[in-house]
Design a protein around this ligand. Structure first.
Ligand code: ADP
Length: 262
């Protein structure tokens, strides 16, 4: 039956995910172990030891990132929402992405002046933006323009074209990631944010990037919408709630915990 087939596909995808994570994690452990072994052998040379210690620390950081990805997926990762300045966030993302996406990708920002703070988990939002940018780079085959944009939107009605289904009326920051890449066919677009849906082939895509981005936006009280056409590029837009009034923390304080949901 349909349900059994869907279950079988999900188990297959979970198996692939587990395989991918085992592979990534194994690489991290390998780097940690060989770094530690080298430190033992080169203990007499402080310069080399410092370098190796850094390498071990970086491997451990990658290991933490992998477990965080898993936790976020299993929804046990707690969202810690805090007021964030959209302009500052996108400026620092632009700098990070300009370094990581490769010389062929031009990274631009287009941010409306005087935006109010949004309310979201900073680390998760950054992870989502990096995932969206990585998809964009893949779609552009390493060359093109990536634009990070932000503006506000006050919504009066619940559903309208070009918006996430079920997005509640309210005051939002719209954050959009636009690429000049290959775009998606209607069939791909229809399934793009399903968990485990990928067109990238085994070992390359997990099919979790857009699913996690959507989950994050919805758990933050917003939503996600994708606009894409073959040959015309893709725009993924996140709606995130504006941090109203009291949500602005006093200096050094104020952090609102959000339910993990799911
Ligand atoms: P993954 O990147 O691991 O495949 P995602 O959930 O991030 O998983 O994306 C699912 C699919 O949606 C991709 O395999 C790809 O076909 C399509 N896709 C996502 N982002 C883009 C984009 N910016 N341009 C074109 N296609 C995209």
């Amino acid at each position: 039956t349909q349900a059994r087939l869907a279950h079988a596909q999900r188990m297959e995808a979970l198996g692939q995910l587990a395989g991918g994570i085992a592979h990534d994690f194994n690489n991290v452990l390998q780097a940690t172990r060989s770094g530690a072994a080298l430190i033992e052998r080169r203990a007499g040379d402080p310069e080399v030891v410092r370098h190796l210690a850094r390498m071990v620390a970086e491997a451990a950081e990658r290991g933490t990132a992998i477990t965080q990805r898993l936790l976020a997926f299993s929804r046990r990762g707690e969202l810690r929402a805090e007021p964030l300045d959209p302009a500052g966030l996108l400026a620092s993302m632009r700098e990070i992405l300009a370094h990581t996406l490769g010389a062929g990708v031009e990274v631009r920002t287009r941010v409306a002046a005087g935006l109010p703070p949004l309310l979201a988990d900073k680390g998760q939002l950054e992870t989502v933006l990096v995932n969206l940018a990585t998809n964009a780079r893949d779609a552009m085959d390493g060359a093109g323009t990536l634009t990070l944009a932000a503006r506000t939107e006050r919504r009066a009605e619940a559903d309208s074209p070009g918006h996430p289904v079920g997005l509640q009326p309210g005051h939002y920051i719209r954050m959009a990631v636009t690429d000049t890449g290959c775009g998606m066919t209607p069939a791909t677009l229809a399934r793009a944010s399903e968990p485990f849906f990928t067109t990238k082939g085994p070992g390359k895509g997990t099919g979790l990037g857009l699913a996690m981005a959507r989950g994050f936006a919805e758990q933050s009280g917003g939503g996600l919408h994708i606009e894409s056409a073959p040959g015309r590029g893709t725009t993924v837009t996140l709606w995130l709630p504006v941090a109203e009034g009291d949500a602005r923390p006093a200096v050094g304080g104020g952090e609102a915990a959000m339910p993990a949901g799911g």
